[in-house]
Design a protein around this ligand. Structure first.
Ligand SMILES: [Zn+2]
Length: 280
């Protein structure tokens, strides 16, 4: 298939569906909710998506890969049970809808290595993008360490977001490790936003008409986290730096009158444009 050549940067969201998560992992529960949560853990459905950017010099750039296209067969049993997927679209199908296959992605960036962001890394084995997967140094250190503490024969989800086989030792996958903030182009920047995980990374895109968009990934799950005032989620590897990352986003967006796209906000999500519609 012929590559789409664009003269100006544009981006869109690839919707991959929705799954149930524990509310306490995403926000601080109210005292009433904490009470309720003790009897039965409160769940709420959250959307899952990736971002596709078409860039005049970098080509087709994919930010995250979502949930494994074959999660039903590959997820640990307790992950399937505790985080049921309620609505699902395969990444391969979403890419095909915009005329692309994994082999045609020029650059793959992973915001972090959790199962709902790095789940389809194996689809990029041996591809151009798969040989240079961009990931934050702190994330690689944390994820590979955490996921290798376990016995690999005992396949059980450990509630830290990582599923070992999704990113460990995949043939044809190599990582380009970056440290801190990196500008890939004038209009495309990666931001280190530690908190959710030590190496969570956000993406800043600037387009001609829409202006500045910031995808903070799980550094900012939802509008409640963002505030102001910012609210700490229950699932947070580095609570000490979480607020600093939120304020970093706020500063950048204030400066450029930009728009923040929450990673898992069911209320905001229907207002985001999805493929085949583009922000340009
Ligand atoms: Zn997530």
């Amino acid at each position: 298939m012929e590559h789409t050549k664009v003269s100006k940067t544009r981006f869109t969201l690839l919707d991959l569906g929705e799954f149930d998560a524990y509310k306490e992992e995403h926000i601080t529960l109210t005292p009433e909710e904490q009470q309720e949560n003790r009897t039965k853990r409160i769940i709420w459905p959250i959307p899952c998506y990736c971002v596709l950017i078409q860039h005049p010099t970098l080509g087709s750039v994919l930010f995250d890969t979502g949930i494994d296209d074959d999660y039903q067969n590959r997820w640990p049993k307790n992950l399937l049970e505790e985080y049921p997927v309620k609505r699902f679209h395969r990444l391969a199908d979403r890419l095909a809808e915009v005329g692309l296959s994994p082999a045609e992605i020029d650059l793959l960036i992973l915001s972090h290595l959790h199962f709902d962001h790095a789940g389809n890394l194996r689809s990029f084995c041996g591809t151009k993008a798969g040989r240079h997967v961009v990931v934050q140094s702190e994330e690689a250190r944390h994820a590979f360490f955490r996921s290798n503490l376990y016995d690999c024969q005992e396949v059980r989800y450990r509630h830290d977001g990582y599923v070992r086989h999704e990113f460990n030792g995949l043939p044809g996958i190599a990582f380009d490790i970056i440290e801190g903030d990196v500008a890939l182009a004038d209009d495309l920047e990666l931001l280190h936003l530690p908190g959710h995980t030590p190496g969570t990374m956000g993406l800043l895109v600037r387009t001609e008409h829409f202006g500045t968009a910031l995808f903070p990934s799980d550094a900012v799950y939802n509008a409640m986290n963002y505030g102001p005032p910012a609210v700490l989620p229950g699932m947070c590897a580095r609570p000490d730096v979480f607020f600093e990352s939120i304020e970093k986003c706020r500063r950048l967006l204030d400066q450029e009158h930009g728009t923040l796209f929450y990673s898992h906000d069911a209320a905001a999500y229907p207002h985001y444009k999805q493929a085949p519609y583009w922000y340009d």
